[in-house]
Write a protein that binds this ligand. Structure first.
Ligand code: AP5
Ligand code: MG
Length: 215
């Protein structure tokens, strides 16, 4: 199956994609993660993306669509893709249809995580990850079992995203409403959209998504 996880910043796209990847052998394709890797590596794409991301704006459709194409090509035919943070504009939605068709794939589901935006600000501002393995944590909702030690790899260094401050999060949410939410009706018309309560506990959200995938 190839699915899109759709929702504003902090909706839990990355959290749920990682869980589906672990449980179902699907592959998470997060354009945000790809762009952060490009910024870190200092590639030309990273140089173009860095300031845009820090301001909460959108990187060009051509750049993110190319990244998705490259990552799809690295997958085996039997692996399903979880699109996390892509598509984000009408042009990207069209590009995805083409990228999938060119590879003999099709889109099976669009899962919209329904959330309360004010609660999301707290989620995003409190988020941090292991600097070594990337495992995700939260100041209030998901602390490491032993303070200061990653549950997964045992490392002691953690990091926070530069765009996870309240002002930038509000900008990212406004961009979501203006550019991304309008792609939903098109998927709705194709009968692909299912809605899941993204305000439930992390594990409950996974159960709800699994139910949709098992339909
Ligand atoms: P991106 O990395 O995609 O960021 P985003 O869409 O703003 O989403 P987030 O990653 O912030 O949230 P999430 O939904 O993954 O939530 P998470 O699971 O971490 O994009 C970053 C930037 O890159 C963009 O602003 C743009 O500049 C650029 N970009 C990326 N893709 C692009 C594209 N296609 N086109 C153009 N530009 C692009 O959860 C958040 C926190 O909440 C975590 O701490 C988690 O532990 C916690 N949490 C999760 N679920 C729950 C729950 N159910 N209950 C309680 N806590 C929870
Ligand atoms: Mg994410």
């Amino acid at each position: 199956m190839n699915i899109i996880l759709l929702g504003p910043p902090g909706a839990g796209k990355g959290t749920q994609a990682a869980r589906l990847e672990a449980e179902r052998g699907m592959v998470q394709l997060s354009t945000g993660d790809m762009l952060r890797a490009a910024v870190k590596a200092g590639t030309p794409v990273g140089a173009q993306a860095k300031a845009v991301m820090a301001a909460g704006g959108l990187v060009s459709d051509a750049i993110v669509s190319a990244l998705i194409g490259e990552n799809l090509d690295a997958m085996t035919a039997g692996q399903g893709a979880i699109f996390d943070g892509f598509p984000r504009t009408a042009a990207q939605a069209d590009a995805l249809d083409l990228l999938l068709a060119e590879r003999g794939r099709r889109l099976d589901r669009v899962i919209e995580l329904e959330v309360d935006e004010d609660a999301l600000v707290e989620r995003v501002v409190g988020r941090f990850t292991c600097a070594n393995c990337g495992a995700g944590y939260h100041d209030r909702f998901k602390r490491p079992v032993a303070d200061g030690t990653c549950d997964v790899c045992g490392a002691h260094e953690f990091k926070r995203r530069p765009d996870d401050n309240e002002a930038t999060v509000r900008t990212r949410m406004a961009v979501y409403r203006a550019e991304t939410a309008p792609i939903l009706p098109g998927y709705e018309a194709r009968g692909l959209v299912r809605r899941v309560d993204g305000m439930a506990e992390i594990a409950e959200v996974t159960v709800a998504i699994e139910a949709v995938l098992g339909e």
